[in-house]
Structures are given as C-alpha cells and as structure tokens.
Design a binder for this molecule. Structure first.
Ligand code: CTP
Ligand code: MG
Length: 233
C-alpha cells in the first residue's frame, strides 16, 4: 500500500497573506485541507503525514481531523526548506511503498490524478518516480543577467512539473539522504532522483492543478473550485 506526504510548512511569502499559506481561506476551508481531502479519498493510500508550519500546529495532528479518520493522518513539524519538510514527513509516516509527495499549495489536485500517477509508476518497473506534469504552452527563453535573451528552448520538449510525485520508497530515501545545502537547491524531489541518474516519467495532468503562489493564483483557484461545486468532505 502507498503512503502520502503533504508538505504544508511553507511561509507563503509571495502570497503575502500575513500568515502561512496553508491556513489561508480558500472556498470556505483552509487551503491545505483540499489536498488532505483528495488524498484521503485516493484508493490505495494507507497513511498520510502532513508537514505543518512549526509555530502553528507542527508536531500535532492538525485540529479538526477525527482521530478515527481513515487513512490515518499524522502531523509533523516542517523543516527549513521544502525538501527538509518532505524528509520529516517521510520519517514520520511509517511503512508503505510507493510514497506520494504532494504540495499543499496545489489545492485543485484530484484523487483521480493521484491514482493515475501511482498507476503509471506501477506500470513501469524501470522507473524510480512518476510525476504529474503538463506540456508548456508559452515559448520559454533563457535570459542573462542584463535582460538579454541568450536562447529559445525547444517548446515541444518542455513540461511544467506539478505534484503529486510518486516515488519508489528506496529511491526517495536515497535521494533525500544528501547534505542540507543540496536539499535546499531542490524545488522538487524528482530533481534529486534525476541528478543521481534515476528514471523519472511524466504523467499528463490538467493545467487546472495549479500552484497557489501569488494572489492571482488564489483568485483563479477560488473560481475553479466554485465551478466544481464547493467543498466536498
Ligand atoms: N513547503 C514546506 N516547507 C518549507 C517550504 C515549503 O512544506 N520549508 C511547502 C509549502 O507549504 C508548499 C510547497 O512546499 O505547499 C511548495 O512551496 P511554495 O509554493 O514555495 O510555498 P511557500 O514556500 O510557502 O511560498 P513562498 O516560497 O512564497 O514563501
Ligand atoms: Mg517556497
């Protein structure tokens, strides 16, 4: 059976809400709870560990979850960087393989997407990880420090990577077993696998699975959730 890690311990500086992003209200509930609901209703997930902001609910099961809720939910304090938060959650979650990693900042995730990413990894024995991603629609250019374009990248090869990302447990444990400075460079966990020569496959996901980073994203997420018909579970 799989286990899932939700990282919700960031401060949300770019959102600028004056409180951690996890607790910003979105469609009538705290932002991170949308991800919890989606993972709780995903088939094949045995337990969920959530890395929470240290000074708020870190180390405790976040309030409002029934202790009898299945799958079981474990709260842990987050780390200084995203990958350290992943490591804390992995240490706390208990046995289970593969490991689903999801950013609480993506509240539009669906259990259908999580199940498809798990299935993709199951279906490819040579892969170490499977990750949700969508083809890039903008043309992407490399720009130097002076603001001049140095290169236009081949768009047909570019994918914008999301979470969920699903890992074979041994591969994720190895990938996270690096110095804190290396962890700090990682904006996703799959990179830690790639750089060690691991095989990561992409699973086509909807652009709707957006990351709430700036206030604009929060407004878009609110509209998309309203179109789905409000809070479930
Ligand atoms: N995250 C975490 N622990 C950290 C930093 C980030 O658990 N030390 C989580 C965030 O809560 C979020 C995900 O990693 O769900 C992606 O990070 P990001 O979108 O950058 O969120 P923040 O770091 O909170 O935002 P900002 O960078 O604007 O401060
Ligand atoms: Mg951040």
């Amino acid at each position: 059976m799989a286990v899932a890690l939700i990282v919700a311990a960031g401060s949300g500086e770019r959102l600028g809400a004056g409180q951690p992003k996890a607790f910003v209200e979105l469609g009538g509930r705290d932002l991170y709870r949308w991800s919890v609901s989606a993972l709780q209703t995903t088939a094949g997930i045995e337990r969920i560990a959530i890395a929470m902001p240290q000074d708020v609910e870190g180390g405790k099961v976040p309030s409002g979850f029934a202790v009898t809720a299945l799958p079981e939910i474990i709260g842990v304090p987050g780390g200084a960087t995203r990958s350290e938060s992943v490591r804390h959650a992995l240490e706390a979650v208990g046995p289970g393989d593969p490991v689903v990693v999801h950013d609480a900042a993506r509240p539009l995730v669906t259990s259908d997407l999580v199940e498809r990413v798990i299935a993709a990894l199951e279906g490819e024995p040579a892969a170490d990880a499977a990750i949700a991603a969508a083809p890039v629609t903008d043309t992407v250019k490399r720009v130097d420090g002076a603001g001049a374009v140095t290169e236009t990248l081949e768009r047909s090869e570019l994918w914008a990577v999301q979470t969920p990302q699903v890992f074979r447990r041994a591969a994720l444990e190895r990938a996270l077993d690096v110095p804190a400075a290396e962890l700090a460079r990682a904006t996703d966990d799959a990179w830690l696998i790639e750089r060690a020569g691991g095989r990561v496959i992409v699973v086509r996901a909807s652009e709707e699975n957006l990351k709430v980073t700036i206030p604009f994203d929060l407004r878009v997420a609110e509209l998309l959730l309203a179109m789905r018909g409000g809070p479930h579970g």
